[in-house]
Design a protein around this ligand. Structure first.
Ligand code: SAH
Length: 398
């Protein structure tokens, strides 16, 4: 068997600038193309040895010739056996979830860079695994042949489904591929979080099917929820169904009809009645606020408004408009659960926006909890991009 050093010597070498090297040395996994010194032609998705400008080894990475993120570090060391490393990382990812996931048979098993498996997402929905491949490196035959059998062996799901986002494959210059089963043949199931049940259809819905990152926030929201509740941007009813355990009246609002159809089925599955409204949340909140409607609990969980730093100001205006209206529509003692999944909006900026909205509408707000994404979406201190979801739970008084 070859030693790690011998294997490394066979890998193509990519040299990075001093800035790129500094980034990797600080524990980050990415080097942008602008920090890569022009390499000889390197195969898309290749395993490469990364070197600093003086030729010193910085570790082993997956290379992309299409993405702005040219280098995604796999290990700061030499990697003697790529397949063995991927399998080990899957085992570590799963054992971490065994530690942190409680009261749920659905969770994110693998979260890309946050599990040092850059470009791979695996979500578990009870007995079905949903897999997403986001990079050239993880799309290789070698990677797939390591990952899929390891997942089958460890989790023993009824099936594994691959969800393909055509736009991501285009950006990565990967050949088109269709979504479908990669193991087993089951495509729908029922999963449960915090005792609430949900239908799962492997080929439908947004993301890999649901917003698992809010799992712990659903339970936290339900702790304080009471009275009449409004779940704005409700998707398939994640918050609404949890609130229904505490609130006599719950309304969910979303612009996606397919999402609301599943939400309706989910309500039936849990023997509860919820009013679902298809519409634009901005228009509906405006109309309801003008009409003087009042609630005791409101959830705001919009899509990411800030997709980049450049759109931050517009995004903050969007968040503020929603929060202003929701604050106006809460009764004295009401509970607001307000979220942002934009990485570019920091927690401090989000709280500042919220505070200024409260001042504008003359409400006192006490922040009960400041929360993030569920623990199965790990946050790595050296990779700030792994932390993106913010949820503030506040009590509003007049
Ligand atoms: N709260 C949900 C996740 C919300 S994701 C959960 O926990 O599962 C954001 C949702 O906003 C999506 O379902 C999307 O369909 C919806 N959406 C996007 N723009 C909208 C708009 N302008 N009005 C209403 N819903 C919108």
């Amino acid at each position: 068997m070859s030693t790690a050093k011998e294997v490394e010597a066979t890998l193509p070498v990519v040299r990075v600038s001093a800035r790129g090297a500094g980034r990797l040395k600080s524990g980050h996994a990415w080097v942008y193309r602008s920090d890569v010194l022009p390499p000889d032609s390197i195969a898309p998705g290749a395993l490469v040895s990364v070197r600093d400008p003086k030729g010193r080894a910085l570790g082993t990475a997956l290379y992309s010739n299409a993405s702005q993120i040219a280098i995604r570090l796999l290990s700061p060391n030499a990697v003697p056996d790529f397949t063995a490393l991927l399998r080990q990382r899957i085992r570590q990812a799963i054992s971490y979830r065994q530690l942190v996931v409680k009261n749920s048979d659905a969770c994110r098993l693998v979260f890309s860079e946050a599990d040092w498996l850059p470009g791979l997402i695996v979500d578990r929905y009870n007995d079905i695994l949903s897999l997403q491949v986001l990079t050239q490196g993880m799309d290789s035959e070698a990677a797939r042949l390591a990952l899929i059998p390891e997942l089958m062996e460890l989790v023993k799901p009824a099936s594994i489904v691959e969800r393909v986002e055509a736009r991501i494959r285009e950006l990565e210059q990967l050949p088109p591929r269709s979504s479908g089963l990669v193991a087993g043949n089951k495509t729908s199931t029922v999963y449960a979080m915090n005792g609430v049940q949900f239908h799962y259809s492997a080929m439908g819905g947004q993301k890999t099917g649901a917003f698992l990152d809010q799992r712990e926030n659903y339970a936290a929201a339900a702790e304080y929820a009471h009275g009449g509740a409004l779940d704005v941007f409700c998707y398939q009813g994640g918050f609404a169904l949890h609130l229904a355990n505490r609130c006599p009246q719950v309304t969910g609002v979303d612009s996606s009809r397919p999402a609301l159809e599943v939400a309706e089925q989910n309500a039936a599955l849990n023997n509860t009645e919820i009013e679902w409204i298809e519409g634009n949340a901005f228009d509906l909140l405006k109309d309801y606020a003008t009409a003087g409607r009042l609630y005791d609990t409101i959830v705001l969980d919009p899509p990411a408004f800030a997709q980049s730093k450049q759109t931050l100001d517009t995004a903050l205006r969007g968040y503020k408009e929603l929060n202003l209206r929701a604050l106006k529509m809460l009764r004295d003692g009401g509970i607001l659960i307000t979220c942002s999944c934009s990485y570019h909006v920091s927690l401090a900026t989000f709280v500042e926006m919220f505070s200024s909205a409260a001042v504008d509408v003359h409400r006192n707000v006490r922040i009960i909890e400041t929360r993030g994404q569920a623990k199965d979406h790990p946050v790595l201190p050296n990779i700030p991009e792994t932390s993106y979801l913010k949820a503030v739970i506040a009590r509003v008084s007049y």
